[in-house]
Design a protein. Structure first.
Length: 501
């Protein structure tokens, strides 16, 4: 047995020795240390594993879906730390049937079989950083007519959506996909024009491992003209998506996916509001207990303006406000910038009308996170043809930004340089980036922050199609703890590299 006095002395000696060893082997400045936590210094390492899910596309006669995946490979200061070689990335069904594969840098696309159901994209080693995928569904079927594109969403625990409704002629669906090996439990909190909505069937939604659950918004809360949906995961992780389709009697009005919007904040920006004729409904949710006073600016190619009558709007606490931007946007594509005294988030529903006698279409935009030099974006596929037009809307919310648009293999070609002035927007016809019939590409700012949205237009005999898909910042690095010297374990300071949890 050790006497108490001797025990205390031994502890003091060990602590002193441990501190001396830690100081002697501490990392030098500039070695990638990004912060200090309870376990010691932390560093960034290249992402070594990535997973995302695409929701089950609508399947009917006259409906086709195309999916694409692209991996740019590591970038930035962590690129040299990538382990495991180039790795592989693949697009498969939830059941495991492989549809497409690639090694970074590269891209691949495939026509999705009707029976495929939800899709999963996975990447490892050098093909995991920045991995991106999306799907586009084209339908001429009466109630689902439209072009609907959505990004495949990484698994997470918190998602916001602003859009869709549950009135006559409008049907929205929430898709919850679990790619993990354990079940997940999700709560759906709904907001409407009159405040938070009590929807008991949206609480405690269980999503089995490797499965998808769908909830109809008109079953959860009928009679609501516009929604904000907050999906909170209390067990496990899921990928979430929302789809909206609209009709007027037997006349289709369009269908599209509602992009996930950024969490509530005091400054949010909604890029990619399409131009042209029709309504443009800005929908703002103030989920807290205080009313929101929101200042609104519109950013276009001509610069940023605060139009009279739109410069300040008020949103009651817990409600989803609505204002038509069309009279202020003058038919131009715009980015909407919101400054609020309390956290809010937002989206835009665009009802695009064509020539007299032609059918309309809908497209959604959402508050987005910017791309940066260390988190560039990826377009998994740009398809070109006589009926297709692809436009990339680039917005520099603060200072000017120079961006490189670079085709990914198997397409070839040098980067296309684009300059975006601060507080303005530029529209790029992607036919100028590559002549390939199909290609993936990276969107890489050299410095500063950049918002990017791909808009796809297609001519159709009964009226044009359109879908708008935000380009999210890629995930290239993960924060990992550094190993700190400890006499009780014999460990020294590590290199700060590792794999994603």
């Amino acid at each position: 047995m050790i006497r108490p006095g001797l025990s205390l002395a031994l502890v003091a000696l060990l602590l002193t020795g441990g501190m001396a060893a830690a100081l002697a082997t501490a990392p030098e400045p500039g070695t990638g240390m990004v912060g200090t936590g309870a376990a010691g210094p932390r560093a960034e390492a290249s992402v070594a594993r990535a997973t995302a899910a695409c929701p089950d596309p609508a399947v009917a006669e006259g409906t086709t879906t195309r999916a694409a995946v692209a991996g740019p490979g590591p970038v930035g200061p962590t690129a040299e730390d990538a382990r495991g070689g180039p790795g592989r990335a693949g697009l498969s069904t939830l059941a495991g049937s492989v549809l497409a594969q690639l090694a970074a840098p590269g891209s691949a696309a495939v026509d999705v079989p009707p029976e495929a159901g939800p899709l999963v994209v996975r990447g490892t080693a050098g093909s995991a950083p920045g991995l991106a995928a999306w799907q586009v569904t084209r339908s001429t079927e009466a109630t689902m007519r439209g072009l609907a594109g959505t990004a495949c969403v990484p698994s997470g625990t918190d998602f916001w959506f602003v859009g869709s409704g549950a009135v006559v002629g409008q049907r929205g669906r929430v898709y919850l996909t679990n790619t993990e090996p354990v079940p997940a439990v999700v709560d759906l909190q709904l907001y409407g024009p009159d405040g938070p909505i009590d929807a008991p069937d949206g609480r405690g939604v269980t999503v089995a491992a490797g499965q998808q659950e769908i909830r109809l918004l008109d079953a959860l809360a009928p009679g609501v003209p516009r929604f904000a949906v907050h999906a909170q995961v209390r067990q496990g992780r899921v990928s979430a998506a929302v789809r909206d389709q609209q009709v007027d009697g037997l006349t289709p009005l369009g269908a599209d996916w509602v992009p996930a919007t950024r969490p509530p904040a005091r400054t949010v920006r909604v890029p990619g509001v399409p131009g042209g004729a029709g309504e443009r409904h800005l929908q703002v949710v103030a989920p807290g207990d205080s009313d929101a006073i929101v200042r609104v600016r519109l950013v276009s190619e001509a610069g940023a303006t605060a139009p009279d009558g739109l410069d300040v709007i008020e949103v009651a606490a817990g409600t989803v406000g609505d204002v038509d931007l069309a009279p202020f946007a003058a038919g131009e594509p715009v980015t909407v910038e919101l400054e609020s005294d309390v956290p809010v988030t937002a989206g835009v529903l665009a009802r695009v009308t064509g020539a007299e006698g032609q059918l309309g279409e809908i497209a959604y935009a959402a508050a987005a996170q910017p791309l940066t030099e260390l988190t560039p974006g990826v377009l998994p596929e740009v398809r070109q043809g006589t009926t297709l037009t692809n436009r990339l809307l680039l917005t520099a919310p603060a200072g000017g930004v120079t961006v490189d648009l670079t085709p990914l293999p198997p397409a070839a070609g040098p980067p296309t340089e684009v300059r975006v002035s601060g507080g303005s927007q530029v529209t790029v016809d992607l036919a100028t980036v590559s002549s390939a019939a199909s290609f993936g590409m990276t969107v890489s700012p050299r410095s500063g922050e950049l918002l990017a949205v791909l808009q796809v237009y297609e001519t159709e005999s009964r009226g044009g199609f359109v879908t708008s898909v935000p380009v999210p910042p890629g995930r290239y690095a993960v924060v990992v703890p550094r190993v700190v010297a400890d006499l009780s374990t014999g460990l020294g300071v590590g290199t700060g590299t590792g794999t994603e949890p």
